[in-house]
Design a protein around this ligand. Structure first.
Ligand SMILES: [Zn+2]
Length: 260
């Protein structure tokens, strides 16, 4: 089973991964009936979440109903509890939109919702994040998760997001981060998929972020708040919603909130 999951994630193109995963997850959900875990995004409950992972498979990670992972569930709770995101009217730019948030954000009458990506089938606007086709000061909120590790010039992409953000606006910009690294590891001469996987952790990653990630966001123009939000939560809730990332790269343990 572990081998199948990891092969599946490696072979299905990124563009179609969420769609195929949704079909696979829905058909498996019948085996996971129960009430030990609950997804705060879709409110469905199960015996366990599905296992998930590319290299190391984490148990109890993927919601069979909405495909949320640990980091999505954590971010959703953060948005709800710490930002007022669902209360005040906002114009939202959601880059590389995650399937688990689409319906939620779309159905929210206070959100003017614009999804954007270079290749995602869910995105309404096809765009390159190096050249965002919107005017300066256009958005109250920008959400852009797990994209910057794929783009050629991340500082330029950050500067573009800063440009289109309204003064006083804010955003969430999560990346996979290796806390063992003091500085972000980048090498433009590494271009082959297998080499990239070996050096940066995945065949379509072009760098591996280190502890200097907030500094890079500041280079893009933002002020940055790093919130160890998960540590403020009741451990019973952390377990119930399976919020903790189990692998060696702690994707989801910190929330990176940027402001203009
Ligand atoms: Zn869910």
């Amino acid at each position: 089973m572990k081998y199948l999951i990891s092969q599946f994630l490696r072979l299905v193109p990124r563009k179609y991964l969420q769609l195929f995963s949704l079909l696979a997850a829905k058909s498996l959900s019948v085996f996971y009936l129960g009430n030990r875990v609950e997804c705060p995004v879709c409110n469905h409950h199960y015996r366990n979440f599905l296992p998930y992972g590319r290299v190391t498979i984490r148990k109890n990670a993927l919601c069979p109903h909405c495909l949320s992972l640990e980091r999505h569930r954590l971010m959703y709770m953060y948005l709800k509890e710490k930002t007022g995101f669902f209360e005040a009217p906002v114009r939202l730019l959601h880059i590389a939109p995650e399937l688990c948030f689409l319906k939620k954000f779309e159905s929210q009458p206070t959100i003017e919702y614009i999804t954007a990506d270079l290749e995602s089938p869910w995105a309404k606007v096809k765009m390159d994040v190096h050249n965002i086709p919107f005017e300066d000061d256009s958005f109250d909120v920008i959400i852009c998760n797990h994209l910057l590790e794929h783009v050629e010039n991340d500082i330029r992409a950050m500067a573009e997001m800063y440009r289109v953000m309204k003064p006083g606006g804010w955003g969430i910009m999560q990346v996979p981060l290796n806390p063992e690294r003091e500085t972000t590891y980048e090498d433009k001469t590494i271009t082959g998929p297998l080499e990239r996987e070996k050096h940066f952790g995945q065949k379509d990653h072009v760098r591996e972020y280190g502890r200097d990630y907030p500094e890079r966001l500041r280079m893009g123009g933002f002020s940055v708040e790093v919130d160890d939000y998960i540590k403020t939560l009741d451990p019973v809730l952390v377990q119930r919603h399976a919020l903790k990332f189990g692998g060696h790269i702690n994707f989801g343990d910190m929330i990176f909130k940027v402001q203009k």
